[in-house]
Design a binder for this molecule. Sequence first.
Ligand SMILES: NC(=O)c1ccc[n+]([C@@H]2O[C@H](COP(=O)([O-])OP(=O)(O)OC[C@H]3O[C@@H](n4cnc5c(N)ncnc54)[C@H](OP(=O)(O)O)[C@@H]3O)[C@@H](O)[C@H]2O)c1
Length: 335
Amino acid sequence: MPQNQAAWIKAQGTSLVVEDAPYNAPGPQEVLIKNHAVAINPVDWKMQDHNIFNDKYPHIFGCDVAGVVEEVGSEVKAFTRGDRVIGNAVCLSKGVKYAAFQLYVLCPANVTCKLPDHVSFEQGCVLPLAVNTSSLGLFVPDHLGLPMPSVSPSTSDQAVLVYGGSTSVGATCIQLAKAAGARVYATASKSNHEYCRALGADEVFDYRDSDWVHKAAAAMKDKAVVGAYDSISTDDTAKATQKVLVSSGSKGLVLMVSPPPEGVQGRFVFGANLTSNEDLAKAIWADFLGQALKKGSLVPKPDPVVAGHGLGEIQKGMDLQKNGVSARKVVVTIA
Ligand SMILES: NC(=O)c1ccc[n+]([C@@H]2O[C@H](COP(=O)([O-])OP(=O)(O)OC[C@H]3O[C@@H](n4cnc5c(N)ncnc54)[C@H](OP(=O)(O)O)[C@@H]3O)[C@@H](O)[C@H]2O)c1
């Protein structure tokens, strides 16, 4: 059995340290992934700085992993040892065995998919948490309720607004909403408008333009706007997003990555929960994502910026992500 190691946090607010960790065999519906690359998400440094989602130490962070299947659970049919894969490391809902910042990572098989040869591990690892967080907002029937994504979607008259189209979550939202046939309105800094359009956004507004709410509402008026996805989710962004919906005549909800503030008709989505929604997990991970990556109809974005190599560089990666990124995903290569 190989020796596992992890980037541990020993107490809240302290730096990560690399030490041995238990090697965990997969349960019946899980795979064990030999880690090749991890992406850093804001939640990693937020958990380091504040006691959120965890109060037990030592702990391991990390939600996004790309690597090679090392062991396959007894009921898993879709993967075999040696497959190149990406997966959502669901430590936020299931604990340290499922955290990405270690050499061997357990993933539920229903949030894992094969990575085509033309996609590198560094590119692929940017996707899993963003895919799950976007999907729960866009496709759950009592959220935005878009039809399931397809590699050859029929264009519908439905439309959505994605606030924060250049974030990791927003970039994935744009692509998934287009794969559901919807028209997409997005916001981003002016320098990222072309980026959002290349991902499929039909119109992009500069959220720093003091008149953007009015401009977006005018563009969306009389369109079948099913709602909005606010991938930033501060009180101000949620309220501005709702204002666009109301002014354009839409009765849709604002889907949020944080709990909605008072006065906003919104719903909070938590990406780590997708593994519990068997139907949605199948529609996204088994039926769509691998095929879309292979065909190139969904591309791994934002592009990775590699902070370093090895578990010992993950703290540096977390510090970089905390300093702020624009249309980039901080990645650390592991093997
Ligand atoms: N609930 C969940 O399950 C879940 C899952 C994943 C992420 N999240 C949360 O979702 C948020 C986004 O995460 P992420 O990884 O997608 O972000 P990210 O990629 O780090 O976001 C970077 C982008 O944020 C934009 N931005 C920053 N401040 C902004 C503001 N005040 N208004 C508008 N845009 C702003 C910038 O856009 P420009 O450069 O274009 O200006 C930049 O491109 C974070 O708060 C994260 O913790 C929640």
